[in-house]
Design a protein around this ligand. Structure first.
Ligand SMILES: [Zn+2]
Ligand SMILES: [Zn+2]
Length: 88
């Protein structure tokens, strides 16, 4: 198996080459993915389909903090408390 011309790319790594250049190409790629995910969460701009907003699950699972999702969460907490017959 030859990976001539693919060294230093993720393709070389995927083809089984573990030389320094291929490993660093793979590492840079993995690092970039992690950074993007972190940035998305930090900015509260995780990709959520438009019709999923306004749900508690979107607030908790997708970390969405838009007006509709925070509103749904607030509503959920309120009904949860009153639903348990708490003191008035
Ligand atoms: Zn290589
Ligand atoms: Zn939302």
């Amino acid at each position: 198996m030859s990976i001539n011309g693919r060294c230093g790319t993720r393709d070389g790594y995927k083809r089984g080459c573990r030389c320094g250049r291929c490993r660093s190409a793979e590492r840079v790629h993995a690092q970039g993915r992690r950074d993007r995910a972190r940035i998305l969460v930090a900015n509260g701009t995780a990709p959520v389909p438009a019709d999923r907003h306004g749900k508690v699950g979107t607030y908790t699972n997708n970390m969405c903090r838009c007006e509709r999702c925070t509103g749904a969460m607030r509503e959920y907490i309120r009904s949860y408390r009153s639903g348990r017959g708490g003191r008035r």
